[in-house]
Ligand binder design. Structure first.
Ligand SMILES: [Fe+2]
Length: 376
């Protein structure tokens, strides 16, 4: 029996709809993957916005996060031309569509906002943005609403529907997971830094003449890194390297470490062991293998006269060369029992003098740049 034309047409329309659904689901999966491939909070937020806009085929997408203390919602960032205008406007809890969604923890579609009593015109008035329709879902972490994901103005004068709501809710779940993972990671990292700081502090407590040394070396190293175009990950390793660079001093006897007079050659050779001891201690922590070279070689010299391995020039890891400059400057500018601290300018001159022999030229150059800009 031949198929009627109308049936065929209906069937084709159905097929087209299924195809569209599959495409949108594929897009959702792709966007979720992109969202979860970073642990950087800012980046997650930006990607969430972009994903909401694309998935909803909307003009604009935003993510609002809840500030519990102020009982406010704030726009993290909003994509589109009006980004700058929108992101500065906070919304009171319960205010507007987003405020309602945040308070109730329920999703909402409003296709005629001017008729909805919950709609807050304030944002439109301040940004001259005309909201035609809006879809808004809560972002929940373990049943707790932490924010709101929304898309405004369906493209081609369309309206948001139940399918949009289903997709945006699924996306919001992914945003919540990504934000929570990132928070956990940050907490873990903070805990690690605090632990590393207290370890460094424990060593400093034994040496009364170097109070605050680690903290200063860390801050100088970061200032140098700025002028050496180090990437964010390298800077992070540098920070840990500088905090832990003298961890090996834990293995040096008190009477040598605390000796107020100049050290004898034998005592000095004992002190020299601290860079190898430090590297050995850190070897036990798999996650810290990136900092071993920096800790081990922070007393090498570019002319090969340093220790423990007498490495030269490019053989010395960059993080070690940075810590070396920061360490040398701090040693010169702090009081020691056997000599007074040098003036800052004189210490910088001394760094210049040692540049290319003891210290790396580029690193000293970067130090001077940071120094001249008042960052050291
Ligand atoms: Fe050292």
């Amino acid at each position: 029996m031949p198929i009627k034309k109308t049936d065929l047409e209906r069937w084709l329309i159905k097929l087209k709809r299924i195809e569209e659904k599959v495409e949108r689901l594929a897009l959702l999966s792709q966007l979720s993957q992109i969202l979860n491939s970073t642990l950087d909070q800012k980046e997650i937020r930006r990607r969430a916005m972009e994903a909401a806009t694309r998935l909803m085929k909307a003009e604009v997408g935003s993510l609002l996060l809840i500030d519990e203390e102020k009982q406010q919602l704030y726009f993290v960032v909003a994509l589109g031309d009006r980004e700058e205008d929108i992101k500065t406007i906070p919304l009171n809890f319960g205010e507007g569509i987003a405020g309602w969604v945040a308070q109730q923890g329920k999703p909402l579609i409003v296709n005629s906002p001017e008729k909805d009593p919950r709609f807050f015109k304030g944002v439109d008035e301040r940004t001259e943005f005309k909201t035609r329709n809006i879809i808004c879902v809560p972002v929940k972490v373990k049943e707790k609403t932490i924010g709101v994901l929304e898309a405004i103005n369906k493209q081609k004068k369309g309206k948001f529907n139940k399918e949009d709501l289903f997709l945006l809710t699924s996306l919001a779940d992914q945003v919540a997971i990504a934000l929570d993972n990132s928070r956990l990671y940050q907490e873990l990292e903070e805990m690690f830094f605090q632990t590393a700081d207290s370890l460094a502090d424990a060593i400093e407590q034994r040496d009364p003449y170097t109070g605050g040394h680690t903290q200063r070396v860390t801050s100088y190293s970061q200032a140098i890194a700025k002028y050496l175009q180090l990437g964010p990950l390298e800077r992070k390793w540098l920070k840990i390297t500088s905090v832990l660079h003298d961890i090996g001093k834990i293995g040096i006897e008190d009477q040598i470490l605390r000796k107020p007079e100049r050290l004898s050659p034998e005592e000095f050779s004992m002190i020299k062991r601290h860079s190898n001891i430090g590297a050995k201690i850190i070897e036990h922590i798999r996650q810290l293998k990136e900092i071993i070279p920096g800790v081990k070689h922070h007393h090498e010299q570019v002319d090969g006269k340093g220790y423990p391995d007498g490495l030269r020039g490019e053989e010395i890891p960059i993080l070690a060369k940075i810590v070396a400059v920061a360490d040398t400057y701090d040693a010169m500018t702090t009081n020691r029992p056997y000599r007074k601290a040098m003036e800052k300018d004189a210490a910088v001159e001394e760094l210049k003098r040692c540049s290319g022999t003891q210290l790396d030229k580029d690193v000293v150059q970067a130090f001077i740049q940071a120094y001249q800009r008042g960052e050291i």
